[in-house]
Design a protein around this ligand. Structure first.
Ligand SMILES: *Cc1c(COP(=O)(O)O)cnc(C)c1O
Length: 384
């Protein structure tokens, strides 16, 4: 059994993918070729945003989104400590400082209530754990919300708070792409959305890739410039610092046929998740994931919680002994990572994230997972 089965998908799409790759080899426009432009048009249509700017990775998408808003040295960006390293890495990479806010245990996503409390406390110069990062509310420029495990963060509440405090919201939809809230697609839920086409993500290519979504014309133009070394009107005129941030044409050629079946794959992921949840409903001490009303998760991961870390180890060992692949996303919250030691956080500062890190584990999840495999996995967990 595969944790994420990319081979079955390739077998189904082989003809189209192979033909598309060969088209690129024949026309030879390996960089910014016609497939890239077509993909951007299709992705903008898919998310309902005005602009899609494809790029080199999900991490670069976040870096470029921050750069396009002139966020850097001296600025503070709010985000969750319970995410993949890239979210906070991008903040630090542009020279800004991450200010972590704890999550809601039901969704594993950043808590809007705690964001609002923190912003109010900082505005009133209250002494809290946030004081070690920031005592001047004017320095806070943005919120990066993360659609963890595929479930969109609470965009409605987060956008409202951001508006009240004059902050930009960047949606990290690397895992959420394909998900939605009330039919509004992940990637389009904030001022700017970033996603990743890393192979294991819900929509993955055969290497590294990413995309950025926005309705803002100025930001879109700035992103296109940042993508190519801060290029100006003329190719050899450079007006700002930028990156080598482009998506390869071959990766766009791989993504086009995958995008055609993406919605039906998201549908199949719903079925897999429903079967897991139904089969695990009566298992003692195991908490299955919740999806709030109106939300669709892209199910990048099916993540559940054991009672505590010993219980998790027992379940995971039992599954591994029966050749079922399992993983922990994420065992160490970001405020406890060595790279962020200098921020001065203590391990106990975000108790919900730390508690989740000790209890979460993820089961095999992909659109082609068979019912009998799901039942086998659930039986193994149930009979432990
Ligand atoms: C994968 C991921 C990224 C980074 O994407 P890459 O394409 O690997 O650079 C960023 N944020 C989250 C939440 C991710 O899961």
């Amino acid at each position: 059994m595969q944790f994420i089965d990319l081979k079955t998908q390739y077998a189904l799409l082989k003809e189209k993918i192979d033909t598309n790759i060969h088209k690129v080899l024949d026309h030879g426009q390996y960089v910014m070729g016609p497939e890239v432009i077509t993909l951007e048009t299709e992705l903008a249509k898919y998310t309902g945003t005005k602009h899609c700017i494809s790029c080199s990775s999900g991490t670069d998408a976040l870096v470029m989104a921050l750069m396009a808003h002139d966020i850097g040295e001296g600025d503070v960006v709010i985000t969750t400590p319970f995410t993949f390293i890239a979210t906070a890495e991008a903040i630090k990479f542009v020279g800004a400082t991450p200010l972590f806010i704890d999550i809601d245990i039901e969704t594993f996503n950043i808590s809007p209530k705690l964001i609002e409390e923190a912003l109010n406390d900082i505005s009133k110069n209250k002494n809290t754990i946030h004081s070690k990062i920031c005592t001047d509310a004017a320095k806070i420029k943005a919120i990066i919300s993360v659609d963890l495990f595929g479930l969109p963060a609470d965009a409605v509440k987060i956008n409202k708070i951001a508006k009240d405090f004059g902050l930009v919201v960047i949606e990290d939809a690397a895992q959420g792409f394909g998900g939605s809230i009330d039919d509004n697609k992940a990637g389009s839920l904030a001022d700017i959305g970033c996603t990743s086409f890393f192979p294991a993500k819900p929509l993955g290519c055969y290497g590294d890739g990413g995309a950025i979504f926005t309705d803002n014309d100025d930001i879109a133009n700035k992103l296109k410039s940042i993508r190519v070394h801060g290029q100006g009107e003329d190719k050899y005129q450079n007006v700002r610092l930028g990156l080598t941030g482009r998506l390869d044409t071959i990766q766009a050629a791989v993504l086009l046929p995958k995008l055609e079946v993406f919605d039906s794959e998201i549908e199949q992921r719903q079925n897999v998740a429903k079967l897991y949840t139904a089969n695990l409903a009566n298992v003692d001490g195991v908490t299955t994931p919740t999806t709030p009303d109106g939300y669709v998760s892209a199910w990048a991961q099916y993540t559940l919680m054991a009672k505590d870390d010993n219980h998790r180890t027992a379940i995971m060992d039992h599954l591994k002994n029966n050749n079922i692949p399992v993983a922990v996303y994420y065992p160490i919250p970001l405020h406890e990572q060595k790279v962020f030691e200098s921020l001065g956080y203590n391990p106990g500062d975000f108790s919900v994230s730390s508690n989740a890190a000790k209890r979460v584990f993820s089961l095999p999840m992909h659109p082609y997972l068979e019912t009998k495999d799901i039942e086998t996995i659930c039986d193994l967990i149930g009979t432990l």
